[in-house]
Design a protein around this ligand. Sequence first.
Ligand SMILES: Nc1nc2c(c(=O)[nH]1)N[C@H]1C(S)=C(S)[C@@H](COP(=O)(O)OP(=O)(O)OC[C@H]3O[C@@H](n4cnc5c(N)ncnc54)[C@H](O)[C@@H]3O)O[C@H]1N2
Ligand code: MOO
Length: 425
Amino acid sequence: MDLVPLAPTEALPLEGALGRTLAADAVAALDLPPWDNSAMDGYAVCSSDTTDATAAAPVRLSVIAELPAGTEADPSLESGQAAAIMTGAPMPTGADAVVPLEDTVGWDPAAPTAGTALPDHVGLDRPSPGGKHVRRSGEDVRSGDRVAAAGELLAPHRLAAVAAAGIATVTVRRKPRVAVVSTGSELVAPGEPVRRGQIPDSNSLLLASLVAASGGEVVHRGRVSDDPAELQSLLDSTRAGSDAVVTTGGASVGAHDVARLVLAPHAPGGTLSGGVSEDPADLADRAVRFDRVAVQPGKPQGFGLLPDGRPVWSLPGNPVSAWVSYLLFVEPGLWAMQGRAVPRAAWIPATTDDGWRSPHRREQFVPVRVTSAPGEPLRIAQATERGSGSHLAGRLARATGLARVPASTDAVLPGDTVLYRSLEV
Ligand SMILES: Nc1nc2c(c(=O)[nH]1)N[C@H]1C(S)=C(S)[C@@H](COP(=O)(O)OP(=O)(O)OC[C@H]3O[C@@H](n4cnc5c(N)ncnc54)[C@H](O)[C@@H]3O)O[C@H]1N2
Ligand code: MOO
């Protein structure tokens, strides 16, 4: 993650900031609430007037005003007086408690409330302590307080909190601009007739959709053949307009594994292997490296910086492998580019209905679906019913998420607890 560059910042109106990450703290422009106000529809009163109220000897207060939400009026209450007040209306000077309508003498739940005349008097049959049903100015947020911190995602509820605090513009990270490329001479556009040897390219749609969900902007989505010149020319043509590149396919050890040949040209078997690197950085830690990582699926992985500085993730071509690899490696990378501090991924315990084998010393990720009814303890079952067969692109549609099995586990048995991440959103 240390290698990925932070996206530049920009100021945005709140309307366009959903899903962005704050690059600077959002600081309240107001006290919240801005003034003491009522938490109930009822009567604003002086609590000292109500101290002796009982059912046998109710207190009678004269009603001097009506205060709807939005009013600027501030009638000064004296002892013996009350003001009808609606939820959210400012407390009148002198009042320190609100008596809900339901707690007033003679209140009839069946009587119409709208359009009725203001009564002259209101009766109270119990004391109402000072502060009761009053929302204090500044009790939520004070002007100058931090409402949301740099690094936090502007999710709908956080965006609303920022708006509530009187802020109109936020400083956020620009969306990382990502080029998504499927590699493979066997790929055709979805819906095109396939001759023997060909398959529809599903990975570029998968990855572009995932990039958008991670807060990135897809500036290019396409496919190239296994001819290294095609991938190289795509890298060149997207250089100016993208901040990162994600490829699938050609990440393994085969003779035509184009991503590895082009992205790691100085590695053994690469297009420039045996030659002398002109750029010492190619040989340093920043260069793109291809490794076998201890996860299933998703073993062959490439990652590093291109000579132009763009991070590139080279994911395996098998569709389930591409999905899992994206979630493990690319999503955190795009979050890091947005300076996002708090990872959103939540893994929760679930009981599995079925069992399957898990590879020794590799953490396993299995497409699963929820089988429990809403409200029941969470249960899951394999979506593909054939382990994590990483080529089962069609059965992926049955999955609602992924289960995660630790590297130390060789077999999952029916009734075992595994970690589950929902991926329906
Ligand atoms: N000798 C070895 N062979 C393989 C190994 C290995 O370690 N040694 N690893 C296997 C594993 S595990 C994986 S995963 C794959 C990854 O290979 P590549 O990244 O080189 O992927 P490809 O060979 O290009 O494709 C694999 C598979 O996926 C299909 N595919 C590719 N792109 C797409 C796409 N855009 N949409 C849908 N399907 C796609 C492709 O047709 C292949 O069937 O390597 C194993 N081999
Ligand atoms: O790693 Mo491969 O992704 O197991 O199928």
